[in-house]
Design a protein around this ligand. Sequence first.
Ligand code: DGL
Length: 259
Amino acid sequence: MQQPIGIFDSGIGGTSIWKEIQKLLPNENTIYLADSKNAPYGAKSKEEILELSIKNTELLLQKNCKLIVVACNTATTNAIDYLRANYKVPFIGIEPAIKPAALHTKTRKIGILATKGTLSSSLFHSTSKMFAEGITVLEQEGTGLVELIEAGEVNSKATKELLKRYIDPMLAEDIDCLVLGCTHYPYLIPVLRKLLSQRITIIDSGEAVARQTNAILIKNQLLAQEGSRANHMFFSNSNVDVLKSLVDDTDVEVDYLDF
Ligand code: DGL
């Protein structure tokens, strides 16, 4: 089916998920909404996150999307139950990869870096409780990181210093896995790798989301035809330059849209 997959995030972070989807499903058309004007979602109330998630969903449905990927941990953990209950299309969400980290850890201590909105959600708490029994989960809010990434400051001194401040206390507690619980954070992996010893595994959920998207498309008979040339449209309601730099590809279109 040639209808596009819709993807939204509070900003540019979900492009890390888009890249995984595009890699696994190269025939699929996509439409991506970067709600950068309202980033960060992580500091907002559950009601505000829900309202913004509804707004993004309705726009993607107007654009005829066949499935929606909520490429934002904060929106998933606060709004996906509502979206699934109120709209007919399938929704794929992203949650911090606590389960793989719990299975991987040897020190039985894992760190998680995520937004306040994700860490305070009941969905995150129930997942943590279910999959990390007997394991110490050190939670760290990444306050300020989304803003720096949105500003294109992935490699700046301020980003490095803030990350170090967040990571050091977890390292002192002997974690051996660090879960990235925000779709903006995979862009920090090169900086993180310099701060972390090789012993520490960084885990994010991007690939798993792409696999789940594939599985749900197959289950609902929604896959695009083999060999079709995919079209990708990106819309931002703020400055499009950073978004453009992340998805720099001749086959993509990046535009400003007031939504
Ligand atoms: N990319 C969003 C996430 O995965 C960032 C949330 C925010 O805007 O604070 O949580």
